[in-house]
Write a new protein. Structure first.
Length: 100
């Protein structure tokens, strides 16, 4: 199962944004059920670095929340996409400024 950009969870968020909370929660529950089933037999962790917390998302996220130094590796792509979208508002000039 692929978690990042999962179409079912994206559909749930569409419903939430439309104000259809009940349908969003229903779809989200389906996503969680799919995830729990997949975790029994599949490696769902997108992190490619060797780590003793690989696949143990609760522990990994809690550790990163506790030390507040950086984000878990599996969050990097998602955050970088969001930053890129924000950077577009100023024609990516911040990236250009840092490359000088």
């Amino acid at each position: 199962m692929i978690i990042d950009g999962n179409p079912k969870e994206k559909k749930a968020m569409e419903e939430f944004h439309k104000g259809n909370r009940a349908e969003g929660l229903k779809i989200q529950d389906e996503f969680v059920e799919d995830l729990r089933n997949a975790m029994k037999t599949q490696d769902h962790c997108s992190c490619t670095k060797a780590c003793k917390f690989h696949g143990k998302c609760i522990e990994c996220v809690a550790i990163h929340r506790a030390h507040e130094d950086h984000l878990p590796n599996c969050f990097h792509n998602m955050i970088n996409k969001k930053i890129m979208n924000i950077s577009e508002l100023t024609e990516h000039t911040i990236a250009e400024d840092f490359n000088k």
